[in-house]
Design a protein around this ligand. Structure first.
Ligand code: AHG
Ligand code: MN
Ligand code: MN
Length: 345
């Protein structure tokens, strides 16, 4: 990958420039969506700053609160949530937020005459159990239009199938901080250069390999997996030179990081139904849908083991879904094991 600053690199493209270029290709674009993405990227830079110095200031640990998920809320979860809400409120393009860290949808009273027409659903900080041990975490966001002539934005306006998303993206706060997003015209990745405070285009037109050799799943839950899935896990672990098995297992407890590695290198991430999480653990609206939009735009696949994630008609903001996501052939193979068992049953 050529250094974006090297003289022979054709040109440095900042996220802002890229968004404006994209906007110019959209007939009738008003710039509102570009401003919304700018607002999200500003919040991402602030959260990145907080994460990079978490060890130095007292923002490790928990707020002592339990969030709507019944999970202990980490301080950085709450901080990330408030940074994104503040940036979206100030930007004025967003009229309603749905957040993992807030039980209800959050209507944003915008300045009169500047009614935001976008709905943003987000996981402000994904993988937060890793914060105190310095493992990568992320942010996930999903963007919808407020339906025309809708009136007061409310939760029902947000409960749209994933196929209705007009944008989706994630930030991975890893060895470098990257923002990856799609608006339905491919997937592009931007790396933050802290010395200039800009996200620079570093991964244009990301496509994911059709197959890979990595599977990401919490095997601690194997006993409660569907029988077909247990058979799939045995299959990937079986020695077979021709099909490069056994695959490698890579699971770091941070969906954004596992997803990002698999997107670039090929692989499958599975969070199935388990005894503890009968509907799976990941939330449909702000984890599975945005990543499903991204992976399909990159040539991959995302289902709940049987049905395309983007086709699921949501009924609740925090509803969960089993998730099989990544390289197309790997997801199809896992599904075949699930269906085989289902057919026999
Ligand atoms: P969040 O921190 O937003 O609650 O998400 C955590 C998710 C996901 O990031 C990760 O892959 C998964 O939880 C890990 O769950 P287990 O510890 O049950 O494997
Ligand atoms: Mn999460
Ligand atoms: Mn989270």
């Amino acid at each position: 990958m050529k250094d974006v600053y090297s003289p022979d690199h054709k040109h440095i493209m900042t996220l802002e420039q890229f968004i404006i270029d994209q906007q110019e290709r959209e007939p009738g674009a008003t710039g509102a969506f570009s401003r919304l993405l700018r607002d999200i990227s500003i919040a991402a830079k602030i959260v990145n700053r907080d994460i990079r110095r978490a060890g130095l200031v007292d923002i490790f640990g928990t707020t002592g609160e339990v969030n709507v998920q019944g999970e202990t809320q980490q301080k950085l979860d709450a901080l990330a949530h408030s940074e994104f809400v503040r940036a979206l409120k100030r930007g004025g393009e967003c009229c309603l937020i749905g957040s993992e860290e807030h039980a209800e949808a959050i209507p944003l009273a915008t300045q009169s005459g500047n009614e935001g027409k976008y709905i943003v659903l987000m996981d402000p900080l994904d993988g937060s159990s890793n914060i105190d041990v310095n493992v990568s975490v992320g942010t996930i966001f999903s963007i919808y239009y407020l339906p025309d002539d809708y009136g007061e934005p409310d939760l029902d306006a947000a409960l749209q199938a994933g196929s209705e998303q007009i944008g989706a993206g994630y930030v991975v706060y890893g060895s470098s901080t990257m923002l990856v997003y799609t608006t339905g015209h491919g997937v592009n990745g931007f790396t933050l250069d802290p010395s200039v405070g800009e996200f620079l285009l570093s991964h244009p037109s990301i496509t994911t390999p059709k197959r890979g050799k990595v599977y990401s799943i919490n095997e601690g839950n194997t006993e409660s997996f569907d029988e077909g899935l247990q058979e799939y896990i045995r299959w990937v672990q079986h020695h077979d030179k021709e099909t490069s098995r056994p695959y490698k297992t890579r699971y770091i407890g941070s969906f954004v990081s596992d997803f990002h590695r698999n997107l670039l290198k090929g692989g499958i991430y599975i969070y199935p139904a388990t005894k503890k999480n009968k509907e799976g653990k990941l939330r449909l609206m702000y984890e599975s849908n945005p990543m499903a939009f991204i992976v399909e735009q990159a040539g991959g696949r995302a289902t709940n083991g049987h049905e395309r994630i983007l086709d699921i008609q949501p009924s609740k903001l925090h509803q969960r879904t089993p998730l099989f996501i990544g390289s197309e052939e790997m997801v199809k193979r896992a599904e075949s094991f699930m269906q085989r068992k289902q057919v026999k049953a």
